[in-house]
Write a protein that binds this ligand. Structure first.
Ligand SMILES: Nc1nc2c(ncn2[C@@H]2O[C@H](COP(=O)(O)OP(=O)(O)OP(=O)(O)O)[C@@H](O)[C@H]2O)c(=O)[nH]1
Ligand SMILES: [Mg+2]
Length: 365
């Protein structure tokens, strides 16, 4: 399991890890997870040729049995040796609710690797008070901190975005505040530091440790401050259109509207699947209202139809987020035919884990 806050780079890292493992002859199955269905992450990973199972409608801890079912479905297909799972980016207490129960129930059959938790260095620096700028409310930051508290490896990702001095300060602060973890620096994008992490992860097993000291009411309140929108739209046109440009303009409209009201985006991601052979996608992400959009993949040619997925998570009321998405879409209804096939706008429900193992007491509940 690779955890960490929204937009930290979990999917990008899992892609790199998956490719690394496959290049060494190990078969891999990926499991994505979200509070609702229609995920950019699943589209992205499938687009890279991986077998992917999506667990929608709640996090791994609350849908533990679905995790088990996903493993079996993937196994029926190609019997992967290694499962890589991405929990929801607003989720924490994963050791007690997922790793330890997996060990307890399936310890004979599986080895559970240690928990890695990824951070975006610019967001982490703001949250730890090392730099100034817009961040989240204290209750959201409570969840962020709990994610790091239980990590065995804290992965400072995207080090291509910071200089040596910033890196040292951030690593120092993380190591001091979260002594349980080893802090590793890497760049999923440029490949730096990846092999060190791969070696650590693959040569190790999650050990039983103390259960995270967490207040579930605060955790639920922190998660519920985040609004969530998942939306799938069919796009058609009489004549070929520039899908990369469409995705970029939609991103700019949504980001601009939220930035104007000083609402902080945790992660806005859009993908347009043009259903071309070879699984080509246009993909863009934004991981902060004052951060530049990142074009992750682009289509080579103009297209005349496609399936658009928009996933938006921000600290704002879900109705406000949905309005921003609708306004952005409405700007294109004259030139394109847009049909909203599915949309959900909500706040995550309070987490109610199926299991919560209290390892230090040697018991589970
Ligand atoms: N510069 C830089 N960008 C990166 C790196 N790794 C990931 N990103 C970008 O960070 C953004 C978020 O990456 P994701 O992999 O989708 O993050 P995530 O943690 O899976 O996000 P959620 O699933 O929404 O929680 C994307 O724009 C990525 O291209 C990196 O090493 N360097
Ligand atoms: Mg992801």
């Amino acid at each position: 399991m690779v955890g960490g806050f929204l937009g930290a780079g979990k999917t990008t890292l899992l892609l790199k890890l998956g490719r690394y493992l496959e290049s060494r002859g190990r078969s891999v199955g990926l499991i994505t997870n979200d509070q609702s269905s229609g995920l950019v992450d699943s589209a992205l990973l499938r687009g890279q040729g991986f077998s992917v199972e999506e667990i929608a409608g709640g996090c791994f801890c609350c849908r533990f049995h679905s995790l088990d079912e996903a493993v079996h479905r993937l196994s029926a297909d190609k019997r992967p040796e290694i499962f890589l799972a991405e929990p929801v980016g607003s989720c924490t207490d994963l050791l007690a609710t997922v790793s330890y129960p997996l060990r307890r129930i399936y310890g004979e059959d599986y080895v559970v690797a240690p928990l890695s938790v990824v951070v975006d260095p610019l967001r982490a620096a703001r949250i730890l008070g090392l730099s100034s700028g817009k961040s989240f409310s204290p209750k959201v930051i409570y969840v962020y901190g709990k994610q790091l508290e239980e990590a065995r490896y804290i992965l400072v990702n995207k080090i291509d975005l910071i200089d040596e001095a910033q890196r040292e300060r951030l690593v120092g602060a993380l190591a001091q505040r979260y002594p349980r973890a080893e802090v590793l620096c890497l760049s999923a994008l440029e490949g730096e530091g990846l092999e060190t992490w791969f070696d650590r992860l693959l040569g190790d097993e999650e050990e039983a440790g103390p259960t995270l000291d967490i207040d579930y009411d605060l955790y639920a309140e922190g998660e519920a401050l985040l609004g969530w929108v998942n939306c799938t739209v069919s796009v058609q046109s009489d004549k070929p259109f520039d899908a990369n440009g469409l995705v970029a303009r939609l991103t700019d409209h949504i980001r601009g509207a939220l930035a104007l009201e000083e609402l902080e985006i945790a992660h806005l991601k859009l993908t347009l699947d043009a259903s071309l052979d070879g699984g080509q996608l246009a993909v863009i992400s934004v991981v902060g209202s004052d951060r530049e959009p990142d074009v992750r993949e682009a289509l080579f040619d103009a297209v005349d139809e496609g399936s658009l997925i928009i996933n938006l998570r921000a600290e704002a009321p879900p109705e406000r987020l949905w309005k921003a998405v609708q306004d952005a879409l409405s700007r294109h209804v004259e030139e394109l035919s847009l049909k909203i096939d599915h949309h959900e706008a909500f706040r995550p429900a309070a987490p109610v884990p199926v299991h919560r193992d209290r390892v230090s007491e040697g018991a589970s509940s």
